[in-house]
Design a binder for this molecule. Structure first.
Ligand code: 13P
Length: 341
């Protein structure tokens, strides 16, 4: 298969009605934080046991088309002694891999950060592909304050994101392009929209400059929401209207799918906001999810480090959130569904 056909085949499986992506690619410090919240030590065995348990949830593939894994997980084996990517494939789920190497302060731009990980990326991708990965993810972050993000951060991050995407496509790996404008702070919804519009605009400018094929990538943006410490809350309809407005201004129709991150929203908010967007007029792209916390939080709470006694509750908790987000893909989610089993 030539590279374009290979990329299209992966897009065809990732972008399906009623489905979205599960982000299970927490880096070592992040998974340690999530485990600490349930009093579980982050050992390699605990990480393997947890991820192998959630990914073997019966029927997960009904609502999940792809899963983003962390490098360590790609090489781990399940209790049935198959690799985790093999388990995903058995579930009808495409395995992907987080390839950025985290963020650093951006020199000469106080308060701004830059994502690293381009060095040796091409070679690493060849290895990940041999291990079964068919798509990748790279996350840039933007902090909102009175002075950030600055122009330098917006331009420098867009440039690395586009270089990453171009390298992925050259290797037959579909890139998920993730610019995340953070929810932290007391800014308003309109400030989030203003910053996100500038960020997304610059990202697509850079993608164009690097000849990235828009049909063969996915965008993973934040939704337009007020800062966590802001005094006013927004309704699902407001979030949906503002988010779609910014995306329509910045994202070409050639991009097949927009898969939102949850970014610190609750599981219920993440589902309700996505649902509200899918109740609006049809958009040029699919609007779906690539949630980490919003899919996994209830499962982690149910697991509590015990894969024997809590296995079924853990899997049911994940299945439920996947199913509700599957309903939100069609704009058919309702609050009342939260109390159903
Ligand atoms: P959250 O949905 O928890 O924000 O995670 C998604 C993700 O992959 C962040 O990079």
């Amino acid at each position: 298969m030539n590279i374009q056909d290979e990329l299209q085949a992966t897009i065809d499986v990732l972008v399906q009605k009623g489905k979205g992506i599960l982000a299970a690619d927490e880096s070592s410090p992040t998974i340690a934080k999530r485990f600490k919240a349930i009093d579980v030590e982050s050992t390699e065995e605990n990480r393997r046991a947890y991820r192998s348990l959630i990914l073997s949830t019966p029927g997960l593939g009904e609502f999940i088309s792809g899963v983003i894994l962390f490098e360590e997980t790609l090489g781990q084996r399940t209790d049935d002694d198959i690799t985790i990517p093999e388990l995903c494939t058995k579930q009808g789920i495409v395995p992907g891999i987080k390839v950025d190497a985290g963020k650093l302060p951006l020199a000469n731009s106080p308060g701004d950060e830059i994502t690293q990980g381009l060095d040796g990326l091409e070679l690493r991708l060849k290895g990940y592909k041999e291990q079964g990965a068919r798509f990748a993810k790279w996350r840039d972050v933007y902090n909102i304050s009175e002075t950030t993000p600055g122009r330098l951060a917006i331009e420098a991050n867009a440039e690395v994101l586009a270089r990453y995407a171009a390298i992925c496509q050259s290797q037959g790996i579909v890139p998920i392009v993730e610019p995340e404008v953070l929810i932290d702070g007391d800014h308003s919804l309109s400030r989030c929209a203003e910053v996100s519009e500038a960020v997304f605009h610059e990202v697509f400018h850079a993608l164009h400059r690097h000849h990235v094929v828009l049909e063969h990538m996915l965008l993973k943006p934040n939704m337009m929401v007020p800062g966590k410490q802001h005094s006013q809350k927004a309704s699902p309809d407001e979030v949906a209207a503002q988010t779609v407005r910014v995306l329509r201004r910045t994202v070409p129709a050639a991009v097949p799918s927009i898969n939102f991150l949850s970014g610190g929203l609750t599981p219920e908010q993440s589902t309700a906001y996505l649902n509200a967007m899918n109740q609006m007029n049809p958009q040029p792209w699919e609007l779906t999810f690539s949630y980490g916390r919003a899919l996994q939080e209830p499962a982690l709470q149910a697991w509590k480090g015990d894969s024997i006694n809590n296995a079924q509750q853990t899997q049911s908790a994940l299945y439920k959130r996947a199913k509700l987000n599957g309903a939100a893909r069609y704009g058919k989610y309702m609050d009342a569904m939260e109390s159903e089993n």
